[in-house]
Write a protein that binds this ligand. Structure first.
Ligand code: ITT
Length: 195
């Protein structure tokens, strides 16, 4: 592993400012500088977050030749046999939180999990490297908006909290979230690179 990786700014290729802000907050604790890059990411159709994110990272890197992070997240609801999974973005845009709650009207099992796959790629690496984070929780009975959050945050409550993600600020969400866990793993790896 080359020492060239250290001390550089890395770029998070995303169009989602909320994801970027959550990641930046974690990385700043490790003094890792990150910029947001709005390159057009390629999202292949796949059941695997890892495969989607790896392909996106390679595609993004080919466009900019900068040290790049891509993150792909999914929501897996037990009562819906893992739906929407990697299709969370499409499902959110089409039926939204109200639609998800409707699908779960009869469901007594409210268990769900968010997964995050953070993928890093740079010119020093032969292939992209992946870091996974997961949070277990449940889908609430009603939409519980708070003062922050995005996507399914108003209907997702981590197991160890009484609040939905939307009722938390970024720092509190980062104590539990799939994304924060994956970015902590990434940051520890990045900081461990030999000088
Ligand atoms: P980029 O691909 O541009 O990074 P995106 O919003 O499409 O942004 P993802 O594919 O990773 O991001 O996530 C898919 C969707 O899953 C996202 O649009 C949200 O609706 C939902 N989602 C992911 N992480 C979430 C979180 O922490 N809280 C609430 N919803 C989340």
């Amino acid at each position: 592993m080359s020492s060239k990786l250290k001390g550089k700014v890395i770029f998070f290729a995303t169009n989602n400012i909320n994801k970027f802000n959550e990641a930046r907050r974690v990385l700043s604790r490790y003094k890792i500088a990150v910029g947001m890059l709005r390159v057009k990411t390629l999202e292949i159709q796949s059941e695997s977050l890892e495969e989607i994110a790896k392909n996106s990272a390679i595609h993004a890197f080919q466009q900019c030749h900068l040290p790049i992070i891509v993150e792909d997240a999914g929501l897996f609801v037990e009562a819906l046999k893992g739906f929407p999974g990697p299709y969370a973005s499409y499902v959110y845009k089409t039926i939204g939180n109200e639609g998800l709650l409707k699908l779960m009207k009869e469901a007594t099992n409210r268990r769900a999990r968010f997964q995050s796959m953070v993928v890093y790629f740079s010119e020093e690496l032969e292939s992209p490297i992946c870091f996974k984070g997961e949070v277990l929780g449940e889908i609430t009975e009603t939409v519980r908006e708070g003062c922050s959050g995005f996507g399914f945050d108003p209907v997702f409550k981590p197991l160890k909290s009484e609040k939905t993600f939307a009722e938390m600020d970024i720092d509190e969400k980062n104590l539990y979230s799939h994304r924060a866990k994956a970015f902590h793993k990434f940051a520890r790896w990045y900081k461990s690179l030999k000088i």
